[in-house]
Design a protein. Structure first.
Ligand SMILES: [Zn+2]
Length: 464
């Protein structure tokens, strides 16, 4: 597989540390509000990456954090504390806020067929891990205590700016213009590992530490959780491009300072979803959530289809017109597939050919639009039996996860028995020319989600 690595700024051949196993870490949501569909674009791309690697034969061990603490908008003690704002807005504790929006996040993800990673950990559950890491970094001279807070000294690591490709001089100008400089830092770029003095005095989540009662900075949670569950050699770290700096940059600095060697080999970042006025955010314009799409009558999977038609490294602009046309194309595609004859008739002719092409699309820096094109190619191929087409599309859908093959719905034996009894009653009613009763029975079943289909050979049913 070839994938673009933000660390080297090149498309590279992917080779994991251990043959056949991929250790993958993905930054999770900050759970202070619903996720907007721009946030969710990143999780869709990560889902495709995980499933694509599995299609290529790897086992993937994937870990994700839930940011419920340490959630300042920047490294400095500035910006707003989003959890505290939400807590005041909704008159709930920060723990209740975190639990509610964590559940909502996974509900939205499930509607988009985004699989929950094998390990999901709350930032607030691993305070001891961060404290141990921070203490070691202090002992080794990477971190220092100043005015009650513990800071990371960015001049102690080589290539601090490697991932972001940023120029420290340009950054300093930006820092001076936008925020008050924290005079307790040794260097303006240093960031906080542990707060005990903060402008957020009313912080609910606080813990005892060797440096006093306080709470961890934003970045240490990802280094802590990934190290704990994935060890000291990580294969892939993912996230949205807005996390490259400072979040991922600081994760690298901390983890490599702590472990004493290179930590993660491949950094893979997804581009933004824009609305017509620029990068989508929660604070401006219409707040686009999965629920809003549903309220407006869209299938959430149309949004997944919309995302997959574009490459994860390209910016994508959302509009309702664009979603309409994605939904049209998606529905047409599903209808074409629905019309295929399901009679078993599998031929292995060309199976390898199409599966190899699909692997090539995955290996070509996760080319999702080529993967979708292959579904259309299979449908058009006259040399394939309908059943073979279904087999291939089902196989591709393990990665695409677009629900392309409508499931034959499960039916319990009690329900089936009830339906058969009702069909008999209805046949009898018709025989007795009691058409009102026959219609009533039909309507009653319809309300239970059972559609009767009359034909010359008798009455059958399908579940709706
Ligand atoms: Zn992270």
């Amino acid at each position: 597989m070839n994938i673009y690595n933000t660390l080297t700024k090149k498309i590279e051949k992917f080779t994991p540390n251990e043959e056949g196993l991929v250790r993958m870490y993905t930054c999770g949501p900050t759970v202070y509000h619903y996720a907007h569909i721009g946030n969710l674009r990143t999780y869709i791309f990560e889902d495709i990456l995980e499933k694509g690697l599995e299609y290529l034969g790897y086992n993937v061990l994937r870990v994700m954090n839930i940011t419920d603490v340490g959630h300042l908008t920047s490294d400095a003690d500035d910006g707003d504390d989003k959890m505290l704002l939400a807590s005041a807005r909704e008159k709930k504790t920060v723990y209740e806020i975190a639990e509610h929006y964590t559940n909502e996040f996974f509900k939205d993800a499930a509607k988009l067929n985004v699989r929950k990673p094998s390990i999901v950990e709350k930032a607030s559950d691993h305070i001891d891990t961060y404290i141990n890491m921070i203490q070691k970094m202090i002992d080794d001279g990477y971190a220092y205590l100043s005015n009650g807070n513990v800071y990371f000294d960015i001049t102690r690591v080589n290539d601090y700016y490697l991932l972001s490709g940023k120029n420290p001089d340009d950054l300093m100008i930006g820092v001076r213009e936008t925020v008050e400089e924290d005079t307790h830092k040794r260097n303006p770029g240093d960031f906080v590992l542990w707060f005990t003095t903060s402008k957020f005095e009313n912080q609910d989540m606080k813990w005892d530490s060797p440096w006093g009662i306080g709470y961890p900075g934003w970045h240490i949670e990802c280094s802590g959780i990934s190290g704990k569950y994935l060890g000291e050699y990580l294969d892939i770290h993912c996230g949205g491009i807005d996390n490259i700096f400072p979040h991922h940059t600081n994760e690298i600095a901390q983890s490599e300072a702590y472990f004493g060697h290179k930590w993660c080999n491949y950094w893979v970042h997804g581009e933004h979803l824009n609305d017509q006025s620029g990068k989508m955010s929660k604070s401006k314009g219409e707040f686009l959530t999965v629920s809003l799409l549903e309220e407006k009558g869209y299938n959430p999977l149309s949004y997944r289809y919309f995302c997959l038609n574009s490459h994860y490294r390209n910016q994508l602009t959302f509009s309702w017109e664009a979603l309409d046309s994605a939904e049209n194309a998606y529905n047409k595609l599903r209808n074409k597939i629905k019309l295929l004859d399901r009679t078993p008739n599998l031929s292995d002719k060309k199976l390898d050919y199409y599966q190899d092409k699909f692997k090539d699309a995955i290996g070509n820096d996760l080319n999702t639009s080529s993967m979708i094109t292959l579904v259309y190619d299979v449908l058009k191929d006259d040399e394939l039996s309908d059943f073979t087409k279904l087999y291939l599309i089902d196989d591709f859908d393990k990665v695409l996860s677009l629900g392309l093959i409508a499931e034959e719905k499960e039916i319990s034996s009690e329900l089936e028995e009830m339906i058969m009894v009702k069909i008999e009653e209805r046949n009898l009613a018709k025989k007795n020319k009691d058409f009102a009763l026959a219609d009533n029975i039909r309507d009653e079943l319809f309300q239970k989600g059972v559609k009767l289909i009359d034909s010359r050979d008798g009455t059958t049913y399908e579940l709706i």
